[in-house]
Design a protein. Sequence first.
Length: 372
Amino acid sequence: MPTSSHENFANAGWMIRTVKSPIMGDKEMDEYRRVLSAMVLPEMVFAQNRVELVHEASGTVISFNALDALAGWKHEDLPPLQVRVAEEWRKAREHEIQQQKAVQLTYDWTYTTPYTCTVTRRGMQEAAAVPAPSPSSPAAAGPGADAAGPRGIPDFVCGVSSTTTATGTTAPGRMPPPPAPLRTSDSGAAAPPAAAGSVPPPAAAGSGSTVGNGGGGGGGGCGGTADGAAALWQPTSEQIDRGLLMERDPILFYSEVPLYESDLDDNGVCSVGVKLRVMPRCWLVLLRLWVRVDGSMVRLRETRLFCRHDKPEKRLEVLQEVKHCEGTFAELRSRGAPDEGPSYADADAASQVFQAVAPVGLKLLQTRKLLL
């Protein structure tokens, strides 16, 4: 039976931890549906997978997990994309549908999320006290649940989707909190994550009802924080130092961690995953959503987090670059992009296409920073 793998790496005042586990089973999937109030989820959800970057001096934790990413999907709630085959099927059965008064489920079946990361800062627990779970709650199901730990603020940046023509977004009444962060044992090794199936319940109203701030210019209709929480990310004109990233510095640590994937009922592919690399002078994280709907469109949402830590005279900061690109294959082809096929075979290939035809397909580009 596949088991989880844990990796820890320390560098320049940062403790970096990753967890890779198998996809969750049916029981855990049912629990995720309940927590997220979702009837349908991607076929492959890596519930225990996690990436954490802990800045030890400030107590700031930047993390990535599947639950927060899916909470962002539910939060943005894009209108469903109509593909040609589905539309033909609906028209052919329109009379039958009306006769049977069939209920049509409408949801974003591409699982597109505006999630960029989750941030926990020292003092959050005091600002948002979390009541202890009852013995029967999922959070108390195992020793790793740690429901009273820092909940963090998931950050969402929504851009208006021209492909789906979003008319607005409505935040759910309460956002589910992320899984508890990885705990560190006395020896410094990461303790095991929550027991399988122990999904933390939604936070009590007024204590953890927080949605990530998408402010800073360019964000769509799903920004802001509840309960007067101070904005964590600030707009900035600073840019990620790509020149430094292209230098031949050794890669001290590298990891790739998937969060969730789907074949969209054989209509294409959706994948959300995190790539991380650490160099002697900096680190870079890429969170990427890639959606390809066969015969219809391609969508790419990329969040890059960059921290340069070799300048002691400057206050340490994390730069965040959020970039959304998408378009129908017909639109892209009319603007000089390749036709549907090998050019969109994976996320890297799709990214190269959008770079080659830029600014065609660019829907959102913004940079922000987090001061440590």
